[in-house]
Design a protein around this ligand. Structure first.
Ligand SMILES: O=C(O)c1ccccc1NCC(=O)[C@H](O)[C@H](O)COP(=O)(O)O
Length: 273
């Protein structure tokens, strides 16, 4: 069993209990008090490499990543230092995330918020909206294409954007790209946890220009980000590298400025000639 299958099993068990405790009607009522959602795609297509900064306390591959975890403070830092969107892990057993983290981030910042979880059921989409998400992650490896497109359609109806995540070209080939606006490639091999930062470039090189392309996982250096941008990647999703820094916001800004500087350099050279 892969780690993804283990996580999915736990998520299913918890889901049954949550559905009994919090009926969907209550979630729908809660959603009425939320502001209209912020669209994710335009926030990521800025003409520069956009950063989705993740709030990630722990992970199955690394255990505890950050002990001091003040969500409003971290979300504020990410916004102040130039993130285009924030990803909030809400899965409790493997990532120590929670829906309350999402809610707290929503109360603090007006950036698009991605609910980062293992979505298997329409209930979780309603839940995402009720707790203030603007977008949800849909992982192709967990859903058959019909399920994925149904969840996608439902999320769209509720005003949520979807980041559809694949790990390989064969997963990509099973999707109906006409219906997809934002595609992410997870660089992390979920069998070995090894990261190949070039995987996103390989998998996304043939997708239509209209689709926003996101590289996820294992990214930390300006070199990697410059390489991704030069190969047509619109946005990167980064968690651990920021979460391990004493000041995650400043770490984000340093990386962002270094990437900007390096990407601008050839243009300036060309202008000088
Ligand atoms: O992070 C993990 O160990 C992990 C294991 C199994 C499934 C998913 C996992 N991570 C979720 C993510 O997609 C990452 O949190 C996200 O891409 C950020 O990655 P990183 O910058 O490496 O923290």
């Amino acid at each position: 069993m892969t780690i993804l299958e283990q996580i999915a099993r736990t998520v299913r068990e918890r889901l049954e209990e949550r559905k009994r405790r919090v009926p969907v009607s209550l979630l729908e009522e809660r959603s009425h008090y939320q502001s209209p959602t912020l669209p994710l795609a335009p926030a990521l297509r800025t003409g520069e490499l956009a950063i989705i900064a993740e709030l990630k306390k722990a992970s199955p591959s690394k255990g505890i990543i950050r002990r001091e975890f003040n969500v409003p403070e971290l979300a504020r830092q990410y916004k102040w230092h130039g993130a285009q969107a924030i990803s909030v892990l809400t899965e409790p057993d493997y990532f120590q995330g929670s829906l309350e983290h999402l809610e707290a981030a929503r109360r603090t910042v007006d950036l698009p918020l991605l609910r980062k979880d293992f979505i298997l059921d329409p209930y979780q989409i309603v839940e995402a909206r009720a707790y203030g998400a603007d977008a949800v992650l849909l992982i192709a490896a967990l859903l058959d294409p019909v399920q994925l497109h149904e969840l996608h359609a439902m999320a769209t109806e509720l005003g949520l954007s979807c980041l559809v995540e694949v790990h390989s070209e064969s997963e990509l080939d099973r999707l109906d790209l006409d219906k997809i606006e934002i595609l992410g490639v997870n660089n992390r091999d979920l069998h070995t946890f090894e990261v190949d930062v070039n995987r996103a470039v390989q998998v996304l090189r043939h997708v239509p220009e209209r689709i926003v392309r996101v590289a996820e996982s294992g990214l930390r250096t300006a070199d990697e980000l410059v390489h991704l941008r030069r190969h047509g990647i619109d946005a990167v999703l980064i968690g651990e590298a920021f979460m391990r820094a004493p000041h995650p916001g400043e770490a984000l800004e340093r990386l962002r400025r270094e990437v900007q500087r390096r990407l601008a350099a050839p243009d300036m050279l060309r202008m000088a000639v």
